[in-house]
Structures are given as C-alpha cells and as structure tokens.
Design a protein around this ligand. Structure first.
Ligand SMILES: Cc1cc2nc3c(=O)[nH]c(=O)nc-3n(C[C@H](O)[C@H](O)[C@H](O)COP(=O)(O)O)c2cc1C
Length: 180
C-alpha cells in the first residue's frame, strides 16, 4: 500500500488523549496542511482558533451535548482547533452565489479538516472532527466574530485509546458508472 493510502486508511477518529503537549513544529505542520488545501477560487475562507488553555477547552467542551462521544476526552487534548470560515466568500463572485448550492464554506472547510486530520495522523497524532455541538455557544466562548461560522472543533493529541475502524460501504454500492 502506498504511504498515502495507508495514511488515509489508517486515520481513525480518536476520542481519548494523553495529557501531554505536542511539539510546536507538529502543530505548525498541521496548520500548513490547512494552508495548502484546495478551496473555491483559492478563497481560503478558513480561520482557525488554537485553544491550549485548559479552562478554555473546558468551556468550549460545554457546547457538546453530554451524549457526544468526543466530550469526555476533548479537554485532555493538548490542543483543540476550532475550524471557522468566512461566510459569503467561497462560491461567491462579486457578492453573488455562483451556483445554486450557495456558500461552499462547508465544502472547503471539509477539505481543510481532512488535510488537517491526515497530517496529524502522519505525525502520530490523533484527531476527531466534532461537528455536533451548540455552534453559537462555542462561537461565543471563542469570540468568533460576525460574518464567520464556527463549523467544527478538532482536538489534537497523542491517542490514549485506539478506535476500531467502523465498517465502510462497499465501493460497488456507491459507485455509479456513466449514469447514477
Ligand atoms: C462532519 C463530521 C462531524 C462529526 N462529528 C462528530 C462528533 O460530534 N462527535 C464524535 O465523536 N465524532 C464525530 N465525527 C466522527 C465520525 O463519527 C467518524 O468520522 C466516523 O464514525 C468514521 O470513523 P473514523 O473517523 O474512525 O473513520 C464527525 C465526523 C465528521 C466528518
């Protein structure tokens, strides 16, 4: 298997972290992976809040419901990245949506999130994309301004517990040749 395929297939959502810092150069490399992600017309609408302070991590964690499986471990991660995006930028031309799909912010942030998680995994670090939360609450805690959406929280750290790979659909089940 190529290195890339083993990184793609080997990445798992990690929900428990060791309470120890990650090297600053690793964090920079993870942010570089976001920097070089593709985006609509290279709009690069992403903004990232890096949260290391324990109290801030705990406050932002309050935005997750008590049943969110990421909630127990999130504050232990040495770094929590809040992935935010500028509204009305990706997919827009001269202030008008270019396609019927409107804002492509979610798409671009999704690509950035995958780059981020794969880069972290390649460095031996675990991540989980946390999208199920009270977004307004998290925005307020982190002071995310008007005109920006906070889309996901991504804790990053050394995995304390491995996760098994959830089953995937067969390729033949989702691939359509020539017509849907
Ligand atoms: C957009 C998005 C939102 C997610 N939100 C959460 C979440 O709120 N809590 C959580 O524990 N996992 C969350 N996940 C992780 C998924 O549950 C996980 O990716 C999926 O089960 C596949 O497992 P794997 O990442 O180990 O391959 C989210 C993943 C994505 C892509």
């Amino acid at each position: 298997m190529s290195d890339l395929m083993s990184i793609i297939k080997g990445r798992r959502s990690i929900r428990r972290f060791e309470n120890r810092p990650i090297p600053e150069k690793d964090l920079q490399q993870i942010l570089e992976a976001v920097q070089w992600s593709p985006s609509w017309a290279n709009t690069q609408c992403w903004e990232i809040v890096v949260v290391k302070n324990r109290e801030m991590k705990e406050r932002v964690n309050e935005a997750l419901s008590s049943t969110n499986p990421a909630r127990k471990g999130l504050p232990d991660a040495p770094v929590v990245l809040a992935l935010c995006g500028k509204v009305g930028s990706s997919g827009y031309y001269k202030g008008e949506a270019s396609t019927k799909l409107g804002d492509w912010l979610m798409f671009d942030l999704g690509l950035a999130a995958q780059s981020l998680c794969l880069a972290a995994h390649s460095l031996g670090l675990g991540t989980v994309i946390v999208g199920s939360l009270d977004h307004d609450k998290a925005k307020e805690v982190l002071g995310v301004g008007e005109g920006y959406q906070l889309v996901a929280l991504i804790p990053v750290g050394y995995p304390a517990k491995d996760s098994a790979a959830p089953k995937r659909r067969e390729i033949a089940e989702f691939t359509h040749y020539e017509k849907f």
